[in-house]
Design a protein around this ligand. Structure first.
Ligand SMILES: C[S@@+](CC[C@H](N)C(=O)[O-])C[C@H]1O[C@@H](n2cnc3c(N)ncnc32)[C@H](O)[C@@H]1O
Length: 441
């Protein structure tokens, strides 16, 4: 493996005394307790293939799962219900919603990052827009109105001067469109989506999946207008395909709610929930999207961004104050597995002498408390007999194996779900990614 390919996660695993250990062995006592065996999942679940799939490719999202995987779940269960009504409590940029709509089923997604909720909404609620009108609106854009780059970002470092000037012109041009009526608003939103999706490509940054500077990247002076034009034409072509091949899907209801899934109560019941929650020591879903969020006006300062981040399912980049408050609360969910694991993590941190987040045991405890809240909401939103498919990876924290999938399986059981099966996808490291299928009793 080349050094450049070793990310922080892999380095952490390689430095761990657990190298050579395996999730298969570590998971045994938990599986015995649950009384279940794990089977192999043959199908990859990562988002990457979506970069070439119609609609999904409008705004790529490394953290998403593959359209093909979502489709296989829909296909597995469509015969079992008179009709499907599908929920995704962590909608991201809308993979589940897009596939549901293409299959002719209504769906609702909740997503707390307003940028991602916007992208998901535009991806599913613009299918009736005329592709010709979109290209005409793009071609009529004024090229000389500049909107300053977001004040709180280090735009001068993130973009070359000529690129920054061009991006400011595209943003100014889109902003100056006076959208009258719903249709015009949809057209404008498609242009905003197209603009957001070229920002990282035009920058000195890369997202792999964390946002960082790329020394080797070369962006030519004309890139912003060229890439923006290409994106608009790609969207127009996909709209044509949908309007020719998926006419019946256009009117199918797809709703995106920008809300916290730990709190949001759905009005109508569902019979299928498909989701992939944030992974435990995973990503900061706000700071990694701060460029697009700021340029599109979804956040205007760090304080606002931090507030959204601290409301999400916890990651290891949240504020220390949030974790301190959590550690002092006595009304949190836990179970004996979580207690054991957090205790071992505390000992692992002591053994190592230092750790990026000494409060990691509480971050882990909060992660399960957060997911318990979300799962409780999903369970009350499911009809009896309804299915809940959850995709999650496990973790290695301070040399302690955390079988996140199995802990969530156990939480599901406690909440009144029956585990129908757990499948695993190989990840090539001593951790695995599990697909849990529950049935509501
Ligand atoms: C793994 S991603 C989901 C990706 C999605 N399956 C897709 O393919 O686009 C998890 C998402 O959960 C969102 N999220 C985190 N905490 C949330 C919360 N409390 N309520 C709603 N969404 C949340 C994050 O912003 C992130 O987009």
């Amino acid at each position: 493996m080349k050094v450049a390919e070793i990310d922080a996660r892999k380095r952490n695993i390689m430095n761990s005394p657990k190298v050579g250990g395996s999730c298969e062995v570590d998971a045994v006592p938990y599986l015995r307790d649950l009384g279940i065996e794990i089977s192999d999942k043959k199908q990859p679940i990562q988002f990457t293939p979506n970069f070439s799939e119609r609609v999904h490719r409008w705004a790529g999202y490394i953290q998403g799962f593959s359209a093909e995987f979502v489709q296989s779940i829909i296909d597995d269960y469509r015969q079992e219900y008179d009709s499907l009504h599908i929920l995704d409590p962590f909608a991201g940029c809308g993979t589940v919603l897009v596939q549901s709509k293409l299959s002719g089923y209504p769906s609702v997604g909740t997503e707390l990052n307003p940028l991602l909720a916007f992208l998901a909404d535009v991806k599913v609620n613009s299918w009736a827009v005329s592709p010709r009108a979109l290209v005409t609106m793009y071609e009529a854009l004024a090229r000389n109105i500049r909107k300053p780059s977001p004040a709180f970002l280090k735009s001068g470092k993130q973009f070359k001067p000529a690129i920054l000037k061009e991006l400011s012109c595209i943003n100014g041009a889109i902003d100056s469109i006076k959208a009258r009526g719903k249709n015009q608003k949809r057209l404008k939103d498609l242009l905003r989506l197209a603009f957001s999706s070229i920002l990282i490509e035009c920058s000195n940054l890369k997202r792999t999946p964390c946002l960082g500077y790329s020394r080797s990247k070369v962006v030519d002076a004309g890139a912003p207008w060229r890439l923006f034009g290409q994106k608009v034409h790609q969207i127009a072509n996909d709209l044509k395909t949908i309007q020719n091949g998926f006419k019946e899907s256009i009117a199918v209801e797809s709703k995106v709610v920008c809300a916290n899934s730990m709190e949001y109560q759905h009005q109508r019941p569902f019979n299928l929930a498909i989701t992939s929650p944030p992974y435990m020591n995973g990503l900061d879903y706000v700071m990694n999207y701060k460029i697009e969020m700021a340029w599109l006006g979804f956040t205007s300062d760090h304080k606002q961004a931090k507030k959204i981040k601290d409301s999400m399912v916890v990651c290891d980049n949240v504020s220390k104050a949030l974790i301190r408050n959590f550690s002092q609360s006595d009304s949190r969910y836990t179970n004996d597995w979580i207690d054991d694991i957090t205790h071992n993590i505390r000992r692992g941190i002591q053994r190592r002498g230092n750790y990026r987040r000494p409060d990691m045991p509480f971050i882990v405890a909060k992660y399960f408390d957060d997911l318990h809240r979300v799962m409780r909401n999903v369970v009350v939103s499911l009809n009896p007999g309804g299915r809940f498919v959850l995709v999650i990876g496990d973790s290695l924290i301070a040399d302690v194996y955390v079988p996140t999938d199995l802990i969530l399986a156990k939480i599901g059981q406690e909440l009144g779900l029956k585990i129908e099966k757990i499948e695993k996808e190989e990840t090539g490291v001593p951790v695995k990614c599990g697909v849990i299928v529950y049935v509501r009793l």
